[in-house]
Design a protein around this ligand. Structure first.
Ligand code: OXD
Ligand code: MN
Length: 601
């Protein structure tokens, strides 16, 4: 049995926040006995500890120093070039039966999987330090908040988790000493960062995650996709709430009337930009504030849906971020930020494709090679990331720490579609909205390994994140309706529709406020709309397009429903439902029949 007392490393008073909870101690002891680390480091999340870990990381080239005048308290990390995105093909849901994982997840038998992973973890931390990270997901006083412990042999993971979660003593206290308390066990080891030994495994029944062979955020910050979404969605169904891949934003009128909106978009489709939107000049006095940019946990209270952001920071896609596209993100990442896989300029600044200004004449690219504007390779990886505390966001909502959450007026489902899907439309009702979410599709992005730009069905943007049978997930969404007396309206948006010339029809970014305003008007029952076969569409004068330089023809194209495209779309809905092998609830199959019938009217 390993001695749990920290060894000489680190200096005294750092890395010694051991909880009193015996079940946590037993589990840590079990993993230490298996992985045989040199030291055990109990993270307390303090500034002192963070400074110590940054200094160590700089010494060991885990981090690269940046010009502290240009980007104070910020550092750069370069990942292994074979390890730059989520790996859906190596992500498993290990429920007792394959049916429980359902048709959209890779399944593997729990007993065999534990045996395989234990084999891989055996002695895996030899010569390394094993960090134990206590953290909570959610505001400290929220009934939805969950406790997790992540064991990792990566300092980069610790530094990221300190930004992305509320870490340390707060979690130890919340857990207390009750042996039956609910908490998530997360084990991560880099092993040798070999794609052949890369597995991200979830055991929902055991509230356990084991991730090996990767150092990429989405695979190893176990609080995020693994706990807050995959295990979270499983717990949510069991406990009667929703864990969703959604941003949460507040929108306040000049008169001070405020609504909150939750919006699901697949990875790298602009959730962070939307959550930090700055309204254009024409909307003077309107304010958009951010509650969260990636994950919403929602519960029904008094017939309304309330949402919290379980996270404490943003792990956002860097390329394309600029003062033009997202000034609030630029301000957020101008200090106290960890950059991963962006380029390093000769004066120690960070650079990426799409940043304001001219490209540098010379830089070191994300792989560590010389780069000039003539290079064929990108300077920053398309999925390069920033990790930044939410407190850096100038547009942070004042109720972000409110344990009860914020009341949701509208739910938006959005995808990246070059054709077919109009700029915005509203579902007829909750069930129709669930159908809309269940059939949404998007062109794939660099956030996951594999082809980019391929249209795939991504129900509720949860295809890679739903931790149980997708048919049961749809049913759970349908069932929530029975508890809602003041239910959010449901909408679809598509910022990415293109004209025949292949150019985007809609300017996007801050101008999305015009669409948001129509959505708010609809929630207040003041906005006009025309009935169409797919839902309520804004009529020619219902969207406020004043002072926007856009051709009327573009607007017509953005809002048009091309019957031929929709016949193909509806056929694809059927193919998608059929591919799920009989798990789709009857109500959604009926919704499809009704959609077909409406096109015939
Ligand atoms: C993310 C993702 O990192 O969805 O948020 O991949
Ligand atoms: Mn995401």
């Amino acid at each position: 049995m390993k001695n749990l007392a920290p060894a000489i490393f680190p200096p005294s008073g750092i890395g010694d926040a051991k909880p009193a909870n015996q079940t946590v101690l037993d589990w840590v002891n079990e993993i230490a006995t298996l992985a045989e680390p040199e030291n055990i480091f109990w993270c307390d999340g303090s500034d002192r500890e963070n400074e110590f870990l940054i200094a160590e990381s700089l010494k060991q080239n885990v981090l690269i120093n940046l010009n502290q005048k240009k980007v104070p308290n910020s550092h750069l990390h370069r990942s292994d070039p074979n390890d730059v995105a989520r790996v859906e093909q190596f992500t498993f849901v290990c429920t007792p039966t394959k049916e429980e994982a359902g048709p959209t997840n890779n399944w593997s038998e729990p007993g065999e999987t534990y045996t395989k992973l234990r084999g891989l973890l055996k002695g895996a931390m030899g010569g390394r330090t094993m960090f134990v990270i206590p953290y909570i997901m959610g505001p400290p006083d929220s009934p939805l908040t969950k406790v997790g412990f992540e064991i990792t042999d990566s300092k980069y993971v610790v530094l990221n988790m300190r930004i992305m979660t509320r870490m340390g003593e707060i979690a130890v206290k919340r857990l207390g000493n009750d042996p039956n308390a609910e908490w998530n066990r997360g084990v991560h080891s880099l092993l040798d960062v070999n794609p052949e030994r890369r597995f991200i495994c979830h055991f929902p029944q055991d509230n356990t995650i084991i991730s090996v062979g990767s150092g990429y955020g989405g695979n190893v910050l176990l609080s995020k996709k693994c706990l807050a979404l995959r295990i979270g969605s499983y717990l949510a169904r069991k406990q009667g709430w929703l864990a969703e891949h959604m941003l949460i934003l507040g929108v306040e009128s000049p008169e001070g009337k405020k609504h909150y909106v939750a919006a699901a978009f697949p990875s790298a489709c602009g959730k962070t930009n939307f959550a930090m939107l700055i309204p254009p000049e024409h909307f003077k006095g309107w304010k958009v504030t951010t509650v969260g940019d990636d994950i919403a946990w929602m519960q029904v209270r008094d017939g309304r849906l309330y949402a919290i952001n379980p996270e404490n920071g943003y792990f956002g896609v860097v390329p394309g971020t600029s003062y033009k596209s997202n000034p609030n993100a630029m301000r957020s990442i101008s200090h106290d930020t960890l950059y991963t896989n962006v380029a390093l300029t000769d004066d120690g600044d960070v650079w990426w494709e799409g940043k304001d200004g001219d490209p540098p004449a010379h830089a070191i690219d994300w792989r560590g090679n010389d780069w000039t504007p003539n290079s064929k390779e990108k300077a920053a990886h398309p999925n390069s990331r920033f990790t930044t505390p939410m407190l850096n966001n100038p547009a942070l909502d004042s109720d972000v720490e409110k344990g009860g959450g914020v009341p949701i007026s509208a739910i938006i489902f959005g995808g990246r579609r070059s054709d077919t899907v109009p700029l915005v439309y509203q579902a007829f009702d909750w069930t129709n909205g669930v159908y809309l979410g269940a059939t949404m599709a998007s062109e794939t992005t660099a956030a996951a390994t594999g082809a980019v730009g391929k249209v795939r069905r991504d129900p509720m943007a949860m295809l890679p994140f739903c931790g149980y049978n997708i048919g049961d997930y749809f049913q759970h969404w349908l069932d929530i309706r029975n508890r809602l007396t003041n239910s959010p309206r449901i909408f679809s948006v598509n910022w990415f529709r293109k004209g025949v010339d292949g150019k985007f029809l809609w300017p996007g970014f801050g101008e999305n406020m015009r669409v948001l305003k129509w959505i708010i008007d609809r929630c207040e029952e003041s906005g006009g709309a025309l009935k169409s076969p797919i839902g309520w569409l804004p009529g020619p004068h219902d969207l406020d397009l004043a002072e926007l330089d856009i051709d009327h023809k573009c607007v017509a194209e953005l809002l048009c429903i091309d019957h031929e495209e929709w016949q193909k779309e509806i056929t694809e809905h059927k193919q998608f439902f059929d591919s799920l092998g009989g798990v789709v609830p009857e109500e959604l199959l009926e919704q499809r029949e009704e959609l077909v019938a409406r096109f015939k009217q």
